[in-house]
Design a protein around this ligand. Sequence first.
Ligand SMILES: [Fe+2]
Ligand SMILES: [Fe+2]
Length: 147
Amino acid sequence: MNEKIKKEIAEMLNKAVGLEYAARIQYLAHSEKIKGLNSEPLIERLKEIASDELKHEDMFRSLVTNYLSCDVTTKIETINNADGIKQILEVNLKGEKDAIDYYKQIYKKIIENKESLQYEFETLEHQLRHIIIDEQEHVVEISNLTE
Ligand SMILES: [Fe+2]
Ligand SMILES: [Fe+2]
């Protein structure tokens, strides 16, 4: 495997790990802020999404360490504050869309370097696709909660 390519992809994946750490904590923190009658389904949905982000965190971490043999970051990306249901949904919808944009850049990089990833390509490609599909589902779910 080309060492330079490997490092570049691992670096991008490490930023993705930090985005997932931040997303999970953001969802959990926001879920605690929602109060009032009929708030239970929304709180549950945000917590469900947070648990998906934890799975993504684990997948990205495994790609960095097990497949690319690099060190995984402990750096967390920015957590955005929000108040009230409307703002919480807006902030998280934007976060999901930004994550998709960034993961598509990683996906593109993986596709472009297929030849250098003889024993890693299919796993990297599959996992990135899987995570992007999950984030697209999150976009739909959050959009559906937005009135
Ligand atoms: Fe995620
Ligand atoms: Fe997400």
